[in-house]
Write a protein that binds this ligand. Structure first.
Ligand code: NAD
Length: 250
């Protein structure tokens, strides 16, 4: 198993991409603490993982709140003894672009997507030092690499912030054996993009724009996260893994 003996914290794990990562990490032998603000969904995922023979603990975690982070890290340490891996996966989006993009949406998106990653990183680093190293994986997006017409500019800005924050984290913590890399997915079939893939016209447009001709399934991104979390990627830090069906290659 690729994560045998590791303890991981995953944010936004109640559904979508984060739930796929929690399930995959548990199958690969990690003990998983995963948090979200959707408690009912989170507890269902927790029960499902534990019934399948994995080890997972769901915690209520609002990534914008420092105390909430301290509680999550404390749960990981008291339940499983340490923290080796953090996946900063939680994120929100607004599809209001151009003149429709509001300041309130800017603040919300920056709070969850950018400040949430900063707070999570700060919260786990002391424990990773104690463990002798660690791996932090930040879920950015292709929206952090290119501008896009039909999305709130704050979403692009927040994911761009995550891209460069990843590099600062990598540089500032390499001496402690803590690695940090970002993942840049293209369109994934989750609740976040439901309005896109449920609308036949928008679905056709995305399929046509994407060289591989479809949305990703959450597991296709989670396999990249798994590689960066595991010791297989031991010489990678500060790098960007693009998993986008070829969208940004053209
Ligand atoms: P999703 O909406 O299905 O899941 C996001 C999860 O984050 C939800 O469970 C939500 O409750 C949680 N969350 C939101 N605010 C939170 C907070 N303050 N504290 C804790 N949890 C919070 O979306 P997803 O597609 O699974 O997205 C996962 C990540 O992947 C996000 O960072 C997203 O920006 C990124 N991403 C998604 C796509 C895509 O096409 N779906 C593409 C590129 C990147």
């Amino acid at each position: 198993m690729r994560l045998e003996g590791k303890v991981a914290i995953i944010t936004g794990g109640a559904r979508g991409q984060g739930a796929a990562e929690a399930r995959m990490f548990a199958r690969e032998g990690a003990k998983v603490v995963f948090g979200d603000i959707l408690d009912d969904e989170g507890r269902k995922v927790e029960a499902e993982i534990n019934e399948a023979g994995g080890e997972a603990t769901y915690v209520t975690l609002d990534v914008t709140d420092e105390d909430s982070w301290n509680d999550a890290v404390q749960t990981a340490v008291s339940s499983y003894g340490k923290v080796d891996i953090l996946v900063n996966n939680a994120g929100i989006v607004s599809w209001n672009a151009g003149d429709d993009a509001t300041v309130e949406e800017w603040d919300n998106v920056m709070d969850v997507n950018a400040k949430g990653v900063f707070l999570g990183t700060r919260a786990v680093i002391p424990e990773m030092r104690k463990a002798g190293g660690g791996s932090i994986i930040n879920i950015s997006s292709i929206s952090g690499m290119v501008g896009q017409a039909n999305i709130h500019p704050g979403y692009n800005a927040s994911k761009g912030a995550v891209r460069i924050l990843t590099k600062s984290t990598a540089i500032q913590n390499a001496g402690d054996g803590i690695r940090c890399n970002s993942i840049h997915p293209g369109p994934i079939k989750t609740e976040m993009t439901r309005q896109g893939w449920e609308d036949p016209e928008r679905l056709a447009l995305t399929e046509q724009r994407t060289p591989l001709g479809r949305y990703a399934e959450p597991d296709e991104i989670a396999y990249g996260v798994l590689f960066l979390a595991s010791d297989e990627s031991s010489f990678m830090t500060g790098s960007e893994m693009v998993i986008d069906g070829g969208l940004t290659a053209q």
